[in-house]
Design a protein around this ligand. Structure first.
Ligand code: GA4
Length: 331
């Protein structure tokens, strides 16, 4: 439910709060849960999952590793190598000049890659590697469960059609650890009147290219989603939940029925925001087309077929805020 009460911040509007649909995986009937997920993906492209079954221990272990990594001096963090494509990044995002008030660690989710890279990230690589592998296994399972529910809710007979891509050994999924350091509020034109105060952008507006994103953050807010042009809805932080969003590939596979919604992260003026995002992606060679059940005479396919490799290449050649999926639209 959206609570509308516009507040001008700079030239944009920020609505007071958005209560994303909350899906309780422990309570409802499976059919009811799958229908709720489908409705959330159609209306908001985002939802929260509670009682997700991932143990507190797995989350805490991963978070502790993330906190201690970002607490190190920059030269030590740089030993992880530049984020090209995996490693430590500071302020620079992607390869085309995007910047934000964020530092991050991008990790390939393959077990071998994690154990190799851990040696450059932590003084106790086995501990780091076991925390990361445990977390990745758990979020992958949750992503697969949610994707099976999506298929059921869409009445697609092959209910593993999405999750199979994530379980594939060649899946191109990524884990991203983010730290948004506290940043003083920016005052427009040196004007200190509160209506012009604006939080600084940590990670600029974009849509996620992959299938599904599972995000977990500490109790510091900052995530905002854009349901209408130039109106930003803050999402309340909830460390007990996962915030899940549809990526571009899932929008294409559902022929535009699900929305890959633009979002951004702002910094907090006094507290550190920490988040961990798992981007569930198919293998590079996977051909992405709309599922037959998403097509009809009145709703022909919106996008040209493409491989995830093609799409990723296009995404990395563009700026963060560009609308990449438009490039693959049928004319
Ligand atoms: C957005 C989602 C993920 O964080 C990410 C990002 C990637 C990066 O930070 O290197 C991208 C961005 C993301 C989309 C467009 C390209 C690639 C930065 C950028 C400008 C890891 C991803 O897969 O795509």
């Amino acid at each position: 439910m959206v609570v509308a009460s516009p507040t001008p911040i700079g030239s944009e509007k920020v609505i007071q709060a958005v209560e994303l649909p909350v899906i309780d995986l422990s309570l409802c009937e499976r059919t009811e849960v799958s229908n709720l997920i489908v409705r959330a993906c159609e209306r908001y492209g985002f939802f929260k999952v509670i009682n997700h079954g991932i143990s507190e221990e797995i989350i805490v272990k991963m978070e502790e590793e993330s906190v201690s990594f970002f607490a190190k001096p920059i030269p030590e963090k740089q030993l992880a190598g530049p984020a090209n494509p995996f490693g430590y990044g500071y302020k620079n995002i992607g390869f085309n000049g995007d910047e934000g008030e964020v530092e991050y660690l991008l990790l390939n989710t393959h077990p071998l890659s994690i154990s190799q890279r851990s040696k450059t990230i932590s003084k106790d690589p086995n501990k780091f590697s076991s925390a990361v592998s445990g977390y990745i296994e758990a979020v992958r399972e949750l992503a697969c469960e949610l994707l099976d529910l999506v298929a059921e809710g869409l009445r697609v007979p092959d209910t593993s059609v999405f999750s199979r891509l994530i379980r594939d050994v060649d899946s191109d999924s990524i884990l991203r650890l983010n730290h948004y350091p506290p940043m003083p509020i920016l005052c427009k034109d040196n004007d200190t009147s509160s209506s012009y105060n604006t939080n600084r952008v940590g990670f600029g507006e974009h849509s996620d290219p992959q299938i599904l994103t599972l995000l977990r953050s500490n109790d510091v807010g900052g995530l905002q989603i854009s349901l209408n042009d130039s109106v930003w809805f803050p999402v309340s932080p909830d460390p007990s939940a996962f915030c899940v969003n549809v990526g571009d590939v899932l929008q294409a596979m559902t022929n535009g029925r699900f929305l890959s919604v633009r979002h951004r992260a702002l910094t907090n003026s006094c507290k550190s925001r920490m988040s961990m995002a798992y981007f569930a992606a198919p293998p590079l060679s996977t051909k992405i087309t709309a599922l037959p059940q998403m097509l009809s005479a009145v709703r022909p396919s919106l996008y040209r077929p493409f491989t995830w490799g093609d799409y990723k290449k296009a995404a990395y050649s563009l700026r963060l805020g560009d609308t990449r999926l438009d490039l693959f639209m049928k004319r």
